[in-house]
Design a protein around this ligand. Structure first.
Ligand code: NAG
Ligand code: NAG
Ligand code: NAG
Ligand code: NAG
Length: 453
């Protein structure tokens, strides 16, 4: 009895299996989108149940890649693995697209995979040499043509220039070029696939020479030395030559010329009287010429004020200054005046001309002088200039120096309210013409080499 039931179960199971087979083929895998990077290996799944005697095709567009287990494509990068899974090695940009796994049963059942191939950025640079030259005032274009998937961004910046990006896009246009535009420029091409690509360009801006002199006036003395320095900027590099009073100089026992980087130095050892005069350095390149003058003189250097600008008292100020001179100083004079007498009377006061005793010479180059000015107005602003003379003559007047006294109408004590000028016995007012001459010189201070009275 029991055997009968068993037999029935076996028959039913067989019938069910037969039934399943008759269901026809069925995909076990699903269609997918794949993102892959160039060079990688990609596996496109295609798993089918109940294929029976049907044939499975891989297609890409109209092209058949495989039929059953047969490779139709000649591309050796394609392979079937573990049945009908399609493997593509060394994926390239050309492999992007739709891949169809198809069953040849006229019902046209397809499984579609979409493949996107990510391509890291690449760059075509122009100029190819990565070196651009342009004249000052001119223009140039640097170019980074980028390729990749997704489309890369291109950004520009200048190296060692902390300032932010110069621009975006394939072209960097530089115009009205100046000397400081020379340098290294870089484009950065990035699309998030792989590392960004940085391409560097060298930009050279050509310009005629530019000369700066450290000191246009060099103090020296007989038996001492004189060093003249011209700093020359030029591209292409300049030829530099030296002149004394417009005669070309050549090296000699006492005269040497040297260059270190942009610095061109003329050194005169053991200065003789004929060495004093007007020198110039001249720089030439293919784009032009520049010239700068340096005077070599035995006269004292201009006075440099060393006292603080604020007096420590209402009416007294100690003016201190230093003068460089190899020979002893013979004469010193000081001019000072009050600025803006009071709120209603904005004119400056009269110049006070003080002849100072020359400081004792101890053979030092720098002579230091301190002189007390008394009888000043409280809470007032003064200006002063100083001139010095040695055996070669008067120096140039100093720059104008300003100082102010302490106090004000409310804080002034009676004993400090001495009338202005009356308590300054050292003051010797020179003639009106002299004061006018000095005033004229002061107003042209920097264009005049010296004034003498
Ligand atoms: C510029 O920067 C680079 C790297 O940022 C550095 O290697 C180089 O020395 C710098 N050059 C100058 C002149 O500062
Ligand atoms: C050139 O001279 C300047 C000013 O004296 C100095 O600061 C600089 O270091 C010098 N450069 C060279 C290369 O000697
Ligand atoms: C030096 O000579 C030039 C012309 O040759 C002139 O322009 C300049 O003022 C002179 N400088 C001095 C200090 O004499
Ligand atoms: C301002 O100064 C001028 C010139 O010293 C003098 O004549 C005038 O009285 C002064 N005015 C005041 C308000 O102190």
């Amino acid at each position: 009895m029991e055997c009968w039931w068993l037999l029935l179960a076996a028959v039913l199971a067989a019938a069910k299996a037969q039934n399943n087979r008759n269901d026809g083929p069925r995909f076990l895998s699903r269609g997918h989108s794949f993102r892959t990077v160039v060079g990688d290996t990609l596996l496109l799944p295609c798993q089918v149940q109940n294929l029976g005697s049907l044939v499975l095709l891989w297609r890409r567009g109209p092209a058949v890649l495989t039929a059953a287990s047969l490779m139709v494509t000649r591309d050796e990068r394609f392979r079937l693995v573990d049945g009908y899974n399609l493997q593509i090695t060394d994926v390239g940009p050309q492999d992007a697209g739709d891949y169809v796994c198809q069953i040849s049963d006229r019902v046209a059942r397809d499984q579609v995979h979409t493949v996107e191939v990510l391509v890291p950025p690449s760059v075509r640079a122009s100029p190819e040499s990565r070196h651009a030259t342009a004249r000052r005032g001119g223009a140039t274009v640097l170019e980074c043509r980028a390729a990749g998937n997704p489309v890369p961004s291109v950004t520009w910046h200048k190296l060692n220039d902390s300032s932010t990006r110069l621009g975006e896009g394939p072209q960097l246009q530089l115009s009205r070029l100046e000397r400081h535009h020379s340098g290294v420029y870089a484009c950065t091409v990035d699309n998030g696939v792989g590392p960004p690509v940085v391409t560097e360009f060298q930009l050279q801006v050509l310009y005629p020479p530019e000369i700066t002199v450290e000191r246009s006036w060099v103090h020296t003395g007989e038996g001492f030395r004189a060093e003249l320095l011209c700093t020359v900027l030029a591209d292409p590099p300049a030829e530099v030559s030296w002149y004394q009073n417009s005669f070309p100089l050549s090296a000699s026992e006492r005269v040497t010329m040297s260059a270190r980087g942009n610095n061109h130095t003329l050194l005169i050892a053991n200065v003789q009287p004929e060495d004093f005069g007007n020198y110039s350095c001249v720089a030439d390149n293919s784009l032009g010429r520049a010239r700068q003058h340096v005077e070599v003189s035995g006269r004292p250097g201009p006075a440099r004020f060393t006292s603080p600008p604020l007096a420590r008292s209402n009416t007294v100020y100690t003016l201190a200054f230093a003068v460089d001179s190899y020979p002893p100083l013979d004469e010193l004079r000081l001019l000072y005046r009050q600025l803006a007498m009071n709120e209603t009377f904005q004119q400056p006061g009269r110049w006070h001309d003080v002849v100072l005793p020359p400081p004792e010479s101890r053979g030092a180059l720098t002579h230091r002088v301190a002189h007390e000015l008394r009888g000043l107005q409280p809470a007032a602003v003064y200006e002063a200039i100083v001139q010095a003379k040695n055996r070669y003559g008067w120096n140039e007047v100093s720059d104008i120096f300003q100082f102010h006294t302490l106090g004000g109408p409310h804080s002034a004590h009676a004993d400090e309210l001495t009338p202005m000028f009356s308590a300054a016995p050292k003051i010797q007012l020179t003639s009106l013409t002299c004061v006018l001459a000095i005033y004229a010189v002061v107003s042209r201070l920097h264009s005049q080499p010296a004034f003498q009275i």
